[in-house]
Unconditional design. Structure first.
Length: 427
């Protein structure tokens, strides 16, 4: 089967960011499919006219330079979304396909996905990574009533035209079903890359020795975006109290985003920067396993906004893959997993003093740490391994390709997928 895969912010392991699309696309290629990814150039390559093409382990990746970063205003971000929407529509429509797949965010990627699928008369599958427009509305970023209605209409447009929808959390799936009950929706969360996060004890020991500020001290890490939704200042404020309770504990924040400078400034104002708290710029995904391997505990945070509980943050699953306890400051489905399996801590969303006490208590409890590490690894293996979740993803594409509603192309898509399935059986 030939799949056109639209993801505005695609990353591979050599880049800083989530690699869900890369991992899914390379597995599709391994099963005999052809995959063309359409994306933007976020590697810092100078702007150039037109498209450039690369090969990522058999994936044909088409890059178009569209300036974007998390420090941009919402107006500038919207312009970037609109620009990609236009160029991606033309590009996607120019490539022969048996199925078109588009993954948000932003929600505007649904437009090139739907239009290309209609022009090619093939099925369209849409993946929801954030519950839009509910999240920006609850955060106060989308106040204009006209824009709210337009965003809601765009969501309805995407779900109505999708043969199937993939949602990254149960709450996201519920949001889709609330808008479009007749659209088949499957929950496929982010995944734990178990092989990637296997790190040798000697490498971890060498990492700790290279950094004198760390040594044998307990280490709490945060890896990922420092955006408006994350509220990583929560960890810095908790670190202030942690230093009073246990001066040896260290905090490492690795990432980038709009809140990077304010977070760094807060750490400096509290006298924590380059002592209790260290801040490193974003690193390629391939470098995260060693950082998490050296961690006593990993973390994931969001602002105290109910819609954000439905997130499926990569950092949560990276911690599981690394076999590290995960501490979060929100409720919802991830909190339920932590409580059920004992894989970490669910912290008070507003009380950073209490969070500090929990960190200090559990970072020194070797029995608890051993149990939480084992529980995290068990979750990764039994529920969230990349291979396990990819099989579920492949089933969604299979159903869509076989659909009798896919513009009369069901027989062609079925045969195309059948060839790929045959290839899989021989591998």
């Amino acid at each position: 089967m030939h799949i056109v895969y639209i993801h505005q912010y695609y990353c591979n392991p050599r880049m800083a960011g989530g690699i869900r699309s890369y991992e899914q696309a390379r597995r599709l290629v391994a099963r005999g499919h052809t995959v063309d990814v359409i994306t933007t150039d976020i590697t810092g390559t100078p702007a150039r006219a037109g498209w450039r093409q690369t090969d990522d382990d058999g994936i044909r990746v088409h890059w178009y330079s569209v300036p974007y970063n998390n420090s941009m205003s919402y107006a500038r971000r919207i312009r970037a979304f609109a620009q990609f929407m236009v160029v991606a529509t033309a590009k996607a429509a120019s490539i022969r396909a048996d199925l078109v797949f588009a993954t948000s965010t932003p929600l505007t990627v649904a437009v090139p996905g739907v239009l290309a699928a209609k022009l090619r008369r093939v099925p369209f599958v849409f993946e929801v990574r954030d519950l839009w427009p509910e999240v920006p509305i609850q955060m106060g970023a989308l106040r204009n009533p006209v824009l709210r209605r337009a965003a809601g209409a765009l969501a309805n447009f995407a779900y109505r035209n999708a043969e199937e929808v993939v949602a990254l959390s149960p709450g996201m799936a519920a949001g889709v079903v609330a808008r479009r009950p007749s659209t088949r929706t499957t929950v496929i969360p982010n995944a734990a890359d178990l092989a990637m996060f296997e790190v040798g004890a000697a490498d971890v020991e060498a990492f700790r020795r290279r950094h004198e500020w760390l040594g044998d001290r307990p280490l709490i890490v945060y890896t990922g975006a420092l955006g408006a939704v994350n509220g990583v200042d929560y960890l810095v404020r908790a670190a202030q109290r942690m230093r009073e309770l246990d001066p040896e504990i260290r905090v490492l924040i690795v990432g980038h985003g709009k809140e990077w400078e304010p977070t760094k400034r807060l750490a400096a104002e509290l006298g924590l920067l380059d002592d209790t708290v260290r801040m490193w710029d974003k690193v390629p995904k391939a470098e995260l396993p060693l950082i998490l391997g050296a961690a006593t505990m990993s973390t994931s945070f969001v602002r105290p906004i109910r819609a954000l509980w439905e997130n499926s943050a990569n950092k949560f699953f990276d911690a599981l893959a690394a076999g590290r306890p995960i501490a979060i400051n929100y409720g919802g489905w991830q909190a339920g997993l932590i409580d059920e399996f004992g894989a970490g801590l669910v912290l008070d969303p507003t009380d950073t003093g209490d969070a500090a006490e929990q960190f200090v208590k559990h970072c020194r409890d070797e029995s608890w740490l051993a149990q939480a590490r084992a529980a995290a690894h068990r979750l990764a293996v039994e529920q969230f391994s990349r291979d396990l979740l990819f099989d579920r993803f492949a089933d969604v594409l299979d159903r869509a390709a076989h659909s009798k509603n896919a513009f009369g192309r069901a027989a062609h898509s079925k045969n195309a997928f059948g060839r790929a399935a045959h290839s899989k059986s021989r591998s």
